[in-house]
Every structure is written in structure tokens, then in C-alpha cells.
Design a protein around this ligand. Structure first.
Ligand code: 1GP
Length: 240
């Protein structure tokens, strides 16, 4: 995934196993290349359904690469092409900075999925989101660009291969463009941005601020046509 992100702008569709609808897979399998996401992220805050089986079905039916975006250790599986090894570097919860990684390391070592060490940075964009509550951390205020920049820089210096600026699922607005722009200028690893992107216009603003990939979750669940519209915006940012 990192190689692809270094080459071109991308979009990932986030599916939560808790809201799994087999119709989504049928819909995704029928899309042409101009309306298909580059990746499907699977993950969520709660786990009553293990993502492994769903990932297998998505890969077989759609051929789209799947990335595990684990909400907790309970969701680990090697069915995905890649696993984001998330370090919640905006927070100060030691379990999410190193504790869970120690528990998971022996299992991850045996897995065949590519591990992507990821600096996960929560930005407060209007509401307290599930991830902020569940992680028992405080998100960086959306006005504190300097703190977000320093956090992303520290993540890269620690060796993380990807920075994820996250407004959180259901955020009232996406991460501000000024913050995206400043973070992008300060790092050389790919930057992904998600949370609160609800229209093709907003996707365009986030790309134009410098996001290498945007993540869309609720927007797709509410309106399946939005995916095609956002993919067209993505394509307009690709060099032809
Ligand atoms: C959440 O960034 C993702 O982790 C997607 O957020 O559901 O608001 O699109 P939305």
C-alpha cells in the first residue's frame, strides 16, 4: 500500500464489520475502475463479528486489496493484505502506544499480511468521537496545528511509515485544510486523512491540501453514489 501511495492519490473505503451488508460487496464488485476505491479498510470500535471471514469474501468477490484497521486486538487476522499497526501518538495511553503492540507482536510475526507502522493522530473536529472515547485519550484541538505538526514529525522520526490524521467516524467536519497542508509539508511519509468527509467537494479540499489518501466511511453508508463521485475527484488529482 505504501508504494501505491507514494505514486498516486488514493481513496480507501472504510467498512465496519458491525454494519456489514453483503450487498456492499455486490455493489463494489460491479464498479468500473473509475468508481472503485484503491483499498478497503476493515475495522471498528466494537467487535461482535470477527472481520476475517468478511475480508475473505471481499477479496474473493471484488479483487480490491483489503487493509485491516484494527479497533482492538480482538480484530487481528492475517486475511488482509496489510495490517495497520496503529500507534495512537496524539494520546498518552501507554496501551495504545506500546502495550498492545507487545501483546500482538508474536502473533503479528507469524502473519503473512504486510505490517504498516502507522502514526494515528486524532483531531477534535466538533464532537467527541467513538475512537476518542474508547481509547480514553484526548484528541488534539483542530486549531492546534503546531501540535499536530510536531506530533506527526515525532511519529516519522520514531520510524513510523504512515501518518493518519483522523477526525473520527461521524465527525461534524473533516480535518481543516490548513492543518493537513502544514502536516504534509513537515513529513515525507504518506499522509492519510479521514473522518467527516461527506461530499466530493470536501474530498477535493482534502486532496488539494495534500492528503495522499482519503478514508470514507459514513458518507458511503449514507449514499453509495458518493463513492463514484469521490473517485472522479481522486482521478482528477492523478497525473495522466
Ligand atoms: C473513521 O476516518 C474514518 O476512522 C472514516 O470516517 O465515517 O466519518 O467517513 P467517516
Amino acid at each position: 500500500m505504501i508504494k501505491t501511495l507514494k505514486k498516486q492519490r488514493c481513496i480507501a473505503l472504510l467498512l465496519d464489520p458491525e454494519n456489514y451488508d453483503p450487498e456492499d460487496i455486490v455493489h463494489l464488485a460491479g464498479l468500473d475502475s473509475h468508481s472503485r476505491p484503491d483499498f478497503i479498510f476493515i475495522g471498528g470500535s466494537l467487535t461482535s463479528i470477527h472481520p476475517g471471514e468478511i475480508i475473505g469474501k471481499i477479496k474473493k468477490t471484488t479483487g480490491i486489496p483489503v487493509v485491516l484497521f484494527p479497533g482492538s486486538l480482538l480484530q487481528l487476522t492475517d486475511m488482509a493484505d496489510n495490517i495497520l499497526l496503529l500507534s495512537l501518538i496524539s494520546g498518552r495511553n501507554p496501551e495504545l502506544l506500546i502495550g498492545n503492540h507487545v501483546v500482538a507482536a508474536p502473533l503479528l510475526k507469524k502473519m503473512k499480511s504486510g505490517i504498516i507502522p502507522t502514526g494515528y493522530i486524532l483531531i477534535n473536529c466538533g464532537v467527541k468521537t467513538s475512537v476518542e472515547y474508547m481509547s480514553q485519550t484526548e484528541a488534539i484541538p483542530s486549531t492546534k496545528t503546531d501540535i499536530a505538526v510536531a506530533t506527526a514529525m515525532a511519529g516519522e522520526m520514531l520510524g513510523l511509515k504512515l501518518i493518519y490524521l483522523e477526525a473520527g467516524s461521524g465527525a461534524t467536519h473533516h480535518v481543516p485544510e490548513s492543518m493537513i497542508r502544514a502536516v504534509k509539508q513537515a513529513i515525507s511519509v504518506p499522509l492519510i486523512v479521514g473522518g467527516g468527509i461527506r461530499s466530493a467537494r470536501e474530498a477535493g479540499l482534502v486532496y488539494s491540501a495534500g492528503a495522499d489518501m482519503i478514508i470514507m466511511g459514513n458518507g458511503y453508508e449514507d449514499n453509495k453514489n458518493l463513492l463514484g463521485e469521490v473517485c472522479r475527484v481522486r482521478d482528477s488529482y492523478r497525473v495522466h
